[in-house]
Design a protein around this ligand. Structure first.
Ligand SMILES: *Cc1c(COP(=O)(O)O)cnc(C)c1O
Length: 383
């Protein structure tokens, strides 16, 4: 068989996008200005929400959100054990305590069952993650939260922009939803993100907490041709997205649903070819639209790392999304966490790997990946 080189991911920005950056450079405004405003309106439209704020990463957007919700030392925030470290790190960064919950072994998502036992008087928020592009049941999660006190729901939408659960997009049942436009995400401007909410009060706080806590943005400080003083009531961080990057988003948002049908075709190809194999594929719930961000498979714990090497030797780009967060030394040591406590997350984290999946992936690239998987890797799949 001819050896091919298949990257894990290939972005699809092009010369037209370069021209958009050139347009911003030739305008007087480089940082958050008119381009951001336009994209924010586009986001409100797409998600049918009242407010949107572009940020320079999911991570900084989440820190700004936790600050805006006054979450800090003494507070607990529930996070999945099976996620990218950023979901828990932001809780640590504001001085609050992440309370990990295990995932469902089949869907890899958190469910009300796992969450219920972790709620205490100190619980201020929960950050459900729509892993790989499959949404959690946010409505069910909301129903399992205490009725006599506010527990904020902050959706981690880093893996999804275009997904739906029972016809609903992110942002429908939560207080805040946060997206990532990092280089490999379905919608990208290299580094970036967005926060959406229907709550005017939360939005007012967020637009300050993304900008040092200042009471007026750069654009607003110079409104009507004169300088306006600003104040500071609350502590903030620096999380605003510049127009220089925001200009890359508009076209992608317009095309995101069309691109999804291409991602869907590629995912279905993998699914049909691997259906009767020993590879484990995450279970999908009914009545969902999956954003097909990542295509992880389970290959058993025993040979996973060797399998990663063999795929790399065959020029196939692979990653691991993710090893369970509480198995990372920082968390393991700080909270004295044993691997067995979050057994489903631990097991999946030690047996999973993600296959290449991106819209410009060619048929022959995908056939090559499947061939290597079935010929060389499947015989190695263990427990
Ligand atoms: C990528 C990612 C993040 C962090 O996004 P940044 O924009 O890089 O900060 C957070 N959560 C999940 C699940 C992610 O995959």
């Amino acid at each position: 068989m001819v050896k091919m080189k298949v990257p894990f991911y290939r972005h699809s920005l092009n010369n037209l996008d370069a021209m958009k950056i050139a347009d911003v450079i030739s305008s007087p405004f480089l940082t958050s200005g008119p381009v951001c405003k336009e994209v924010e309106a586009q986001l409100c439209d797409y998600f049918a929400v009242k407010h949107a704020k572009l940020v320079n990463s999911w991570t900084n957007g989440a820190v700004a959100t936790l600050l805006a919700l006054d979450i800090g030392p003494g507070d607990e925030v529930i996070v999945p054990a099976m996620t990218f470290i950023a979901t828990a790190n932001v809780v640590e960064l504001v001085g609050a305590t992440p309370i990990f919950v295990d995932c469902d072994p089949e869907t890899l998502l958190i469910t009300p069952n796992q969450i219920k036992g972790s709620i205490t008087e100190k619980t201020k928020a929960i950050i459900p993650v729509h892993m790989y592009g499959q949404m959690c049941d946010i409505k069910a999660i909301k129903e399992c939260l205490p009725k006599d006190k506010k527990v904020f729901i902050i959706e981690d939408c880093a893996h999804t922009f275009e997904a739906k659960f029972n016809g609903n997009r992110p942002g429908t049942f939560s207080d805040v939803s946060i997206f990532s436009f990092y280089a490999t995400k379905n919608v990208t401007c290299g580094e970036g993100g967005a926060i959406i909410t229907n709550d005017a009060k939360i939005y007012e706080r967020i637009i300050q907490s993304v900008l040092h806590g200042m009471s007026a943005s750069a654009a607003d400080r110079f409104k009507e041709g004169k300088y306006n003083h600003w104040g500071m009531e609350h502590l903030g961080t620096k999380a605003n997205l510049p127009d220089l990057l925001a200009c890359l988003l508009s076209e992608q948002i317009k095309l995101v649903d069309k691109k999804l049908s291409i991602r869907e075709e590629k995912a279905n190809f993998y699914k049909s070819k691997l259906k009767n194999s020993k590879f484990k594929i995450p279970k999908e719930q009914n009545n969902i639209i999956h954003s097909r961000h990542l295509f992880p498979i389970g290959v058993g714990m025993k040979n996973r790392d060797q399998i990663l090497n063999i795929l790399s030797e065959n020029n196939i780009g692979v990653t691991v999304n993710y090893r369970s967060v509480p198995t990372m030394n920082y968390y393991k040591k700080k909270y004295n966490i044993k691997n067995e406590i979050f057994a489903n997350s631990y097991q999946w984290g030690e047996e999973t790997l993600s296959l290449p999946l991106f819209p410009s992936m060619s048929q022959s690239e995908q056939e090559y990946v499947v061939k290597i998987l079935l010929d060389k890797i499947e015989p190695m799949v263990g427990d």
